[in-house]
Design a protein. Structure first.
Length: 150
């Protein structure tokens, strides 16, 4: 029994270190995953945007809840850009795979700006949300312009 517990713990820890791409059975599964993550992120970002742009009344709790989801979702899609995911039902441009360092830089910037948006929304200050929302939007646009087919 004393041997089994450390062995089980070692197996559990080693399973966490498997590359994230291994979670996908096929490249098309990774493409579906990343598209779904972007869709959820865009939906919640749009809810914050509706408040930031005055289309709906500002509700600090709703803004904070949605911005928190944007922050979380901003961390997820990147594992879906592994080997073989440049083909099929995707609008991803080949530059993602030929300019991986630059693409990662964009992903990191999105995550940083999404974190700032979440923090701004938690303050309940609409002006802070507007500023942070604009920065996230610019980051999204820059990546779409460089790495996404229309």
């Amino acid at each position: 029994m004393k041997i089994l517990a450390p062995l089980a713990m070692a197996m559990a820890i080693s399973s966490l270190s498997v590359p994230a791409f291994a979670q996908f059975q096929k490249p098309e599964d990774a493409v579906k995953y990343r598209k779904a993550a972007f869709t959820v992120m865009a939906s919640h970002f749009g809810r914050v945007g509706a408040m930031a742009n005055g289309r709906v009344p500002f509700d600090p709790k709703v803004a904070a809840d949605n911005a928190a989801i944007v922050e979380t979702m901003s961390k997820l899609p990147w594992d879906g850009f592994g080997p073989g995911t440049d083909k099929g039902d995707t609008r991803a441009l080949p530059a993602i795979w030929t300019e991986q360092a630059k693409f990662k830089e964009g992903a990191d910037k999105l995550q940083a700006e999404a974190t700032k948006l979440s923090a701004a929304a938690k303050t309940g200050n609409l002006d802070a949300v507007k500023t942070a929302f604009g920065a996230v939007g610019q980051t999204c646009k820059a990546c779409h312009d460089a790495y996404r087919k229309e």
